[in-house]
Ligand binder design. Structure first.
Ligand SMILES: NC(=O)c1ccc[n+]([C@@H]2O[C@H](COP(=O)([O-])OP(=O)(O)OC[C@H]3O[C@@H](n4cnc5c(N)ncnc54)[C@H](O)[C@@H]3O)[C@@H](O)[C@H]2O)c1
Length: 260
């Protein structure tokens, strides 16, 4: 059970969450509020943040690193540096190699990697100057093995390398950085796929050892943990929150060895 002096609580702390209006982002806002934190929500347009209980809002298009950096620097100079940042905004449409060209590759790298760098870099510098900070990147199982979406996957793998650089180079300044790799989560990110094939989720479930996808809240809870004192000794790690997907190949075991 958590109490107010539990190391799992975040009372009095401030966390900046990007993509706060999305499926996982909304659950993150709820989970961080429930842990006692106040939340700054960032997203690409104000309507995305409707209905959220936020201390502040930051609007920026992460596909444009220059304006993203400017928006964050403006926020930092006005309100100071938050205790934690969760870099959660992300986007992909190019499902397989045939869907890619130079422009789409560049745009998926821009949103998922370059924009995440532009957004977190000024925050991490300010955290290092203060001598304390927690950083969480929402990457994907796609950073760990190939599950489609090649450009997005390259960007998500880039976030793992970036988080490790922060952990190693800024650890001496009190900054911890960790990565969460969700498996499939039913959020608006799946809407376009389900519009094309409403039965698609039936094909997803047999890949997952827990027999289900993870929920947005399960991803959010891992982020709360990484930002809390309960994770004070943990930095530079990569945590799959994936219902067992990356533990092995369930379809191989079922189809080949069990002959199901
Ligand atoms: N849903 C999944 O199956 C799944 C699996 C693994 C990882 N993830 C990752 O989890 C994170 C959250 O995804 P989600 O499932 O909640 O998706 P979502 O589409 O519901 O939310 C994505 C959020 O990112 C924001 N965003 C997208 N493009 C942006 C841009 N150019 N500038 C600023 N903000 C932008 C959106 O406005 C939205 O708030 C993403 O990084 C995603 O890659 C999701």
């Amino acid at each position: 059970m958590t109490t107010s002096n539990s190391p799992f609580r975040l009372d009095g702390k401030t966390v900046l969450i990007t993509g706060a209006g999305g499926g996982i982002g909304r659950s993150m806002v709820e989970a961080f509020l429930a842990a006692g934190a106040s939340v700054i929500g960032a997203d690409r347009e104000a309507a995305m943040l409707d209905g959220l209980d936020l201390a502040h809002q930051i609007l920026c298009d992460q596909g444009d690193p220059k304006s993203t950096r400017a928006a964050i620097e403006g926020h930092l100079s006005q309100f100071g540096v938050p205790d934690a940042v969760v870099s959660n905004a992300g986007f992909t449409r190019a499902e397989v190699l045939e869907h890619l060209d130079d422009e789409i590759w560049a745009s998926e790298l821009a949103i998922n990697l370059n924009g995440a760098y532009a957004l977190t870099d000024p925050i991490i510098k300010a955290m290092a100057e203060r001598g304390r900070g927690r950083v969480v990147f929402i990457s994907s199982v796609n950073a760990l093995g190939h599950y489609g979406n090649p450009a997005y996957s390259a960007a998500k793998a880039g976030l793992v390398a970036y988080a490790k650089a922060i952990a190693v180079e800024r650890g001496g300044h009190g900054v911890r950085a960790n990565v969460i790799c969700p498996g499939s989560v039913r959020t608006p990110a799946w809407d376009h796929r389900l519009e094309a094939d409403p039965t698609l989720l039936d094909n997803v479930l047999p890949h997952y050892p827990l027999g289900r996808m993870v929920s947005p809240l399960e991803v959010a809870n891992a982020a709360v943990f990484f930002c809390s004192e309960a994770a004070s000794g943990i930095t530079g790690t990569v945590l799959p929150v994936d219902a067992g997907l990356t533990a092995g190949n369930l379809r191989f075991v079922d189809d080949v060895l069990r002959g199901k």
